[in-house]
Design a protein around this ligand. Structure first.
Ligand code: GMT
Length: 376
């Protein structure tokens, strides 16, 4: 199939999922066209089936806001015609589903019918899309997609609860390439740059937004390290990073915490980690937790949103209520303070992650595409 993938090209989970999906589809022989405003961060263009088309939005002083949706829908129309693309797969409803719908309409006028699959990722429904400023446009573009998928059962239920949706939503969970992590090389020398041999390595990875509850990450770590010698690796960047650095100074633990900023070496860092913290207010899925588990790292997370669908309580880690720092810290200590227990959690985290292996999930998308094409 010839498929156009529209996504945010940044470090966010939706862009990562869209990119990894496109790369695996290309490996399976499909022709994939990424259409976005810059090259997705995880996109390697080494496969002849992978193409990247940049959406340019010319600056014009009259516009207070540059019209990205317009430029994107025009680019979609041009690329569909030029490359005979058969299907649009848009990730994140805002504004991609809206722009995709406009492209479909324009193409129909020119006698080209093309189905659009929309994948809902989370914040497009729970945080941003739900705002009254966007809600009518988001409902409209979900209802007018040919197929809609959500990355968890919880997100599907939230979408029906928050929007006026009159169509089916198929749950296709996020995925991970488990095999890739097995090839990561770890050497004691590199580990020693992060922590001493007797210290456990605890990691958090996110975009450092309010929804991630970054102060809770720091506070949980501060509790843990009172019992178990440990260091905290903070990977990613965003508005909550500076306040978190200040909190570490105030707690007197700056020497035990490393802030990496955005990194392309996530698997490397995870492969040294003993525990992953994700105490978010909500997560539609929690891709970062799955990435950790695929590296054999147990997860302490909250039990909100789609997290219980990923982190199996008592098996791949533990869950706690949002904001219950003491409980999550105690559960972390129970894993870290006994090497046999830690070993078991590491092994089980990996086997839970295996359920989400890309080889199991990708055929679900391929079947959905075939169904969408048949319905045209
Ligand atoms: O978590 C974020 O703020 C980024 C956001 C995104 O759209 O990139 O992540 C959402 O999509 C990911 C991929 O499907 C999910 O794993 C995250 O749980 C989800 N984030 C939230 O629901 C807060």
């Amino acid at each position: 199939m010839k498929i156009a993938i529209v996504c945010y090209p940044t470090f966010g989970g939706s862009g990562v999922v869209a990119t990894e999906l496109g790369l695996e589809l290309a490996r399976r022989g499909h022709e994939i066209h990424f259409i976005t405003y810059s090259q997705p961060v995880r996109l390697a263009l080494l496969n002849p089936n992978v193409h990247f088309h940049e959406v340019h939005v010319p600056e014009y002083p009259l516009f207070h806001y540059q019209p990205y949706e317009l430029a994107l829908s025009s680019k979609l129309v041009d690329m569909v015609k030029l490359h005979n693309i058969e299907l649009l797969h848009v990730h994140y409803a805002i504004p991609h589903a809206y722009a995709g719908y406009m492209a479909k309409k324009m193409l129909k006028e020119q006698g080209i019918r093309i189905p659009m699959v929309t994948t809902l990722h989370g914040t497009d429904i729970t945080l941003v899309g739900n705002h009254p400023f966007y809600k009518p446009a988001v409902s409209f573009s979900i209802n007018h997609s040919d197929m809609v998928t959500s990355v968890s059962q919880n997100l599907k239920e939230e979408t029906y609860r928050l929007f006026d949706i009159n169509r089916d939503i198929t749950v296709i969970p996020n995925f991970i390439e488990v095999e890739k992590n097995k090839n990561e090389i770890t050497t004691p020398c590199e580990r020693s740059m992060m922590a001493t041999e007797r210290e456990k390595i605890i990691t958090h990875i996110s975009n450092f937004r309010k929804v991630k509850r970054i102060p809770d990450v720091v506070k949980i770590f501060d509790e843990i390290r009172k019992t178990v010698p440990a260091r905290l690796m903070m990977v990613g960047d965003g508005p909550e990073r500076e306040p978190a650095e200040k909190l570490c100074r105030d707690l007197g633990i700056s020497d035990k915490v490393i802030f990496f900023g955005n990194s392309n070496e996530i698997n490397q860092i995870l492969s040294y980690s003993d525990l992953f913290l994700l105490p978010s207010e909500t997560e539609s899925f929690g891709l970062a937790a799955l990435e950790a588990m695929a590296c054999g790292v147990p997860v302490i997370s909250t039990n909100s949103g789609g997290l219980p669908e990923v982190n199996e309580d008592g098996i791949s880690g533990y869950m706690g209520n949002v904001g219950d720092v003491q409980d999550m810290a105690a559960k972390a200590v129970s894993i870290l303070s006994d090497d046999d227990v830690l070993c078991r959690f590491k092994r089980d985290a990996l086997s839970v992650a295996q359920k989400f292996d890309i080889q199991n999930i990708l055929p679900l998308y391929e079947n959905l595409y075939r169904k969408a094409l048949k319905q045209q």
